[in-house]
Design a protein around this ligand. Structure first.
Ligand SMILES: *[C@@H]1O[C@H](CO)[C@@H](O)[C@H](O)[C@H]1NC(C)=O
Length: 319
């Protein structure tokens, strides 16, 4: 094909027939690329120190407040699982009363041996769904919650029906499920509270199956997890794009006890806790508040996780 266009011909001439010009153009292109590359590297480094995950997603200012306070305090312990476990609560103490958190009406509910925190809805007449994973012969906190928020519907899950079923159904007026909720289905070892703690083998179902197929509530307002070592499979499912997201199940708030070394054959809990916290930082969907380190019998960390992204949760719970 014959090219007749004048500008094209001139360009062709410049590029292909004039070697000197070609050389200059190539050099100029290399120079510009180098400048752009160096610029972007520096920009990334600068951004990395403030926000490692660059995203165009609109982030809640409450998450920003959490992130900006917590990130610089824990970054020094990243990848050091032992120190991260030991120091997380202490290092982030100062971040626990940020003014931005006043958007939640967070109130303590004392149990016989611990304190749970519940964020109450803005509107007094809301009906809310509460799930207890691991009843552990104790519904005192649930009974207090019921008094504080009568419009609460209770669902309790524990593999051991003795005492638990009666407490949850009769005393509390809730619904009881006799299963162990964890990461995947099948028979696994579980730590059950009967007369004393001991290893037992029990039927497990995945948390995604429980929430999606058994509970059938798309919004869980309050989730309390005290599953004595089975908390990580549940925690792993709440992240962005995870199994609960895929089933359309939203968790608005959660109180969870995070254990380590409870079962002799389970290891790596410190790393799992570390990874959970960093996933929270990356997800920008939840904040962690009221962290508490317990040295009693086994040491464990208790945290409250609040959803600051889901529109249904935020419109119900954030002022
Ligand atoms: C909450 O439940 C009660 C009893 O079922 C009902 O009368 C009330 O309308 C519900 N409130 C809301 C806000 O849906």
């Amino acid at each position: 094909m014959r090219i007749t266009s004048q500008p094209y011909n001139r360009l062709k001439e410049a590029l292909f027939y004039n070697r000197a010009t070609t050389k200059y153009i190539l050099l100029l292109m290399v120079f510009i690329s180098a400048v752009l590359l160096i610029g972007s590297v520096f920009q990334d480094e600068k951004a990395e120190s403030i926000f490692p995950v660059l995203s165009t997603r609109k982030v809640n200012p409450v998450f920003d407040a959490f992130y900006n306070c917590v990130y610089p305090k824990i970054i020094g312990q990243k990848d050091n699982y032992d120190r991260f476990w030991l120091l997380y609560v202490h290092l982030t103490e100062e971040c626990d009363n940020l003014p931005e958190y006043k958007t939640f009406d967070l109130q303590p509910i004392a149990n016989t041996d611990e304190i749970k925190y519940v964020s109450f809805p803005k509107q007094k007449e809301e009906n809310i769904t509460m799930v207890t994973l691991g009843i552990g012969h104790d519904v005192d906190a649930e009974l207090r919650l019921k008094k504080m928020w009568p419009g609460t519907e209770f669902f309790g899950v524990d593999p051991s029906p003795e005492i638990n079923k009666d407490l949850y159904e009769v005393k509390l007026g809730g619904n009881y499920f006799q299963v162990a909720v964890s990461g995947q289905g099948g028979m696994q070892k579980s730590y059950i509270f009967r007369k004393k703690y001991r290893d037992e083998t029990t039927m497990h179902i995945g948390a995604d199956y429980f929430f999606g197929n058994m509970l059938k509530r798309p919004r869980v307002d309050i989730l309390w997890v005290d599953t004595e070592g089975n908390e990580f499979p549940v925690l792993d499912m709440i992240h962005r794009g995870g199994p609960l997201d895929r089933r359309g199940v939203k968790i608005c708030q959660m109180n969870v006890e995070i254990h380590k070394d409870l079962l002799k054959d389970v290891t790596g809990e410190k790393q799992k806790f570390h990874d959970f916290v960093w996933k929270i930082m990356e997800d920008r969907k939840y904040i962690i508040v009221k962290p508490f380190y317990v040295y009693w019998f086994h040491d464990f960390i208790r945290v409250v996780v609040l959803n600051v992204e889901d529109p249904e949760c935020t419109s119900l719970y954030m002022r």
